[in-house]
Design a protein around this ligand. Structure first.
Ligand code: EPZ
Length: 418
């Protein structure tokens, strides 16, 4: 198991080239088995969630090769419709393979993904939507078995704008008979990326990015070469790191509207924000003001994947802040680790009350999940003294070259094997 050793207090100055969005690349890998032609996905981040998704495709019989930054996928020989429990537990988001497998094979068998460190993460919305498309579903001994004759287009309403359920519906409806109208769709930029990717394969999807998406079923889909949208959560993580540490940092490749709510909050803290095309520049000097209130919401609201990082930022601001986590039940598990660094945070259910202190101090902390782990790194970068962040396997799931990019900005961070 590796750990980071971080000497805090260094200002972060420079430019960060963003990775392709983890939460776009994963559904694009799932979509690649909708055709038996070759699919190339460019600038794929070297993160363990991507390697796990590649393994899932290989277990289905597809060939996946990494050539430099690109992933080349050929699923012409794919023949299995089953995903093992080991892989489903490893990668919860494999659940949106259901839509692809049903379109490709008319059947899908996956282990029930179960909960994880941030919440229960049920899949009821996925399953009820698939039933609307004519899928028979049986759940037994922790497995979900889905079967369908021909998928048929339908009117679907999502009670909650679930990202994964929206993606599953696109993947299941794209070759269904007739039209599917999805109301209450998630509006994340990664859904728009998936729509554009599918349309480049010959699909007929429109409306992604709004809450009504219309899919006209087509007979077949061709191959595609695609560069995914950049990672807005990685961008937000680096912008918040610079706000915490002080300095001037620029993130390159992200559209401002994909992080609009975060930029509004950072300005509220007293940071100077400049936007030019796909470059966002932040300047942070002196002690910042607290945000007073941040509520995580589905896009375009404040992203839950930046909640931990925003709590860290408010932990050293002037004033108090209420952080409300509306999407996941237990997404404050990183707080006890943050308290070891001197943070004054009190968690009650979905609320965290943060009283800003002048400075955090170094400590040895353990990452428990992907975004909580990244937030602990941000806290250590701004803290006085030396910190150790243990169990980097969580961070490696979603941040490629995290240490290298921080080091280039001036951070004093080393990765050592324990
Ligand atoms: C996606 O997860 C992202 N993962 C998550 O990012 C992100 O936090 C989340 O969307 C919300 O934006 C990927 O894209 C791979 P949801 P997903 O379905 O699809 C409830 C990260 O750190 N729900 O929008 O699983 C669910 O319990 C990860 O990169 C149901 O109740 O999220 C949660 O409370 C973490 N029933 C809420 O909806 C369902 O059938 C949001 O879930 C499905 C979801």
């Amino acid at each position: 198991m590796d750990k980071f050793i971080i000497d805090g207090g260094k200002r972060l100055c420079g430019s960060v080239r963003l990775q392709s969005a983890k939460n776009s690349v994963l559904p694009l890998f799932a979509a690649s088995i909708l055709t038996d032609k070759q699919v190339t996905i460019r600038a794929v981040p070297k993160i363990t969630d991507v390697f796990c998704m590649a393994q899932i495709l290989r277990e289905l019989g597809a060939e996946v090769h990494f050539c430099g930054e690109d992933a080349v996928i050929d699923s012409s020989d794919a023949c299995s419709h089953e995903i093992s429990s080991a892989l489903t537990k490893e990668l919860r988001s494999s659940v949106f393979m259901l839509g692809s497998l049903l379109t490709r094979f008319g059947r899908a068998l996956i282990a029930y993904p179960g909960g994880c460190d941030i919440g229960l993460r049920p899949i009821d919305l996925h399953l009820s939507a698939l039933k609307r498309l004519g899928v028979n579903i049986r759940e037994r001994d922790g497995y979900v078995l889905c079967e369908c004759g021909k998928l048929k287009g339908a009117e679907i309403v999502l009670d909650f704008p679930s990202v994964g359920a929206t993606e599953n519906i696109l993947l299941a409806a794209v070759k269904a008979e007739g039209r599917t109208v999805l109301q209450g769709a998630a509006k994340e930029p990664e859904i728009v990326d998936l729509q554009n990717f599918l349309n480049a394969m010959g699909a007929k999807v429109r409306g992604a990015g709004t809450d009504v998406v219309v899919i006209e079923g087509v007979k077949s889909l061709g191959g595609v070469e695609w560069e995914p949208v950049k990672d807005r959560i990685e961008a937000g993580t680096f912008l918040i790191a610079c706000a915490v540490c002080g300095g001037e940092t620029e993130v390159v490749g992200v559209r401002a509207e994909n992080v609009r709510f975060l930029l509004h909050k950072l300005r509220e803290n007293g940071c100077k924000i400049g936007v030019k095309n796909d470059r966002i520049r932040i300047e942070s000097r002196g002690r910042l003001h607290s945000n007073r209130r941040i509520e995580t919401m589905p896009f375009p609201g404040f992203p839950t994947d930046l909640q931990a990082q925003a709590t860290v930022l408010n932990a050293t601001c002037e004033g108090c802040a209420l952080i409300v986590e509306n999407l996941f039940e237990t997404r404050f598990k990183y707080v006890p680790e943050l308290q070891k660094m001197g943070a004054d945070v009190e968690v009650r259910g979905r609320n965290a009350f943060v009283r800003g202190v002048k400075r955090l101090h170094g400590a040895t902390v353990t990452a428990g999940d992907l975004r909580g782990g990244a937030a602990l790194v941000v806290a250590a970068l701004g803290a006085e003294g030396t910190s150790e962040v243990l169990d980097l396997s969580h961070i490696d799931r979603g941040y490629a070259d995290f240490r290298e990019k921080l080091k280039e900005l001036g951070a004093d961070i080393r990765r050592v094997r324990t």
